[in-house]
Design a protein around this ligand. Structure first.
Ligand code: ADP
Ligand code: MG
Length: 245
């Protein structure tokens, strides 16, 4: 059998402080290839910082990050960032560029793909997120949901092994949330390895393989969605769930 293990992501005992603020206090996580881990927890608990440390936008003070079982900390950080696609709450699209240019730009500039090929690749990704017909539009002419689907297409165009989502639907009008969540669910179904920071408890419950509940820089509970939602073990998680559900 051929090995299909590309994309298994592991963090071990990760610590990170901003000055005196000890934000990550020994985080462990393991996301097997092809699975989706949701990260939930109150504001300020360190969820966004965890994603930024896991793709080495910030270097951890302590701990290790492994991809496919191999530590990546000795590599050039750019390499890990290439292997992990990231989608933020704010879409960060270039306003003066067309949709297809937004998707093809990094392929051309960072991957050195010839312009025609980058454009063809971008159109294919736009097709997958249902927005090929908007290729020539500017971001301002799109709805927030469409902008976020463009941002997802842009990340996918780089052929990442893992995708991170940081509250990807939090800035969207309620009626636009569903379409983006459906796209994320499709992506999870298709076998992408994903780490999803979200307040969408329905998505968390129905799509993720594991859920991590963070509070004050530690993983307080982790397990299957059923375990966490139907049988929370700690008062902190019980309180959190009663606030958000
Ligand atoms: P969450 O995403 O769970 O809301 P964050 O990871 O954004 O939490 O923040 C965790 C803590 O780290 C907060 O106390 C926040 O103020 C602090 N923090 C986040 N980013 C920075 C930064 N760039 N500089 C200093 N402190 C930061
Ligand atoms: Mg955050």
């Amino acid at each position: 059998m051929t090995e299909m293990t590309s994309g298994t992501l592991t963090g071990r005992n990760l610590h990170l402080s901003f000055g005196h603020n000890h934000v990550l206090r020994g985080i462990d996580l393991h996301v097997p290839q092809g699975t989706t881990a949701s990260v939930i927890g109150p504001s300020g608990s360190g969820k966004s910082t965890l994603l930024r440390v896991m793709n080495r936008l910030i270097e951890p003070d302590q701990g290790d990050i492994l991809l496919d079982g191999r530590s990546v900390l000795a590599d050039n950080p750019d390499e890990l960032r290439r292997r992990i696609g990231m989608v933020f709450q704010q879409f960060n699209l270039f306003p003066h560029k067309t949709v297809v240019e937004n998707v093809s730009l990094a392929l051309h500039k960072l991957r050195r793909m010839p312009k025609d090929q980058a454009r063809a690749e971008a159109l294919e990704q736009l097709d997958l997120v249902g927005l090929r017909h908007k290729a020539q539009a500017r971001p301002a002419d799109l709805s927030g949901g469409q902008m976020q689907r463009v941002a997802i297409a842009r990340a996918l165009a780089m052929k990442p092994e893992v995708m991170f989502f940081d509250e990807a639907t939090s800035a969207l009008d309620p009626e636009l949330v569903k379409g983006v969540l459906a796209l994320m669910a499709d992506l999870a179904q298709s076998g992408m390895t994903m780490v999803v920071v979200t307040h969408e408890m329905g998505f968390c419950r129905n799509v993720s393989d594991t859920v991590m509940f963070m509070d004050a820089g530690v993983v307080v509970e982790t397990g299957s969605p059923d375990q966490l939602f139907t049988a929370p073990q700690t008062d902190r998680l019980k309180r959190f769930l009663s606030d958000v559900l």
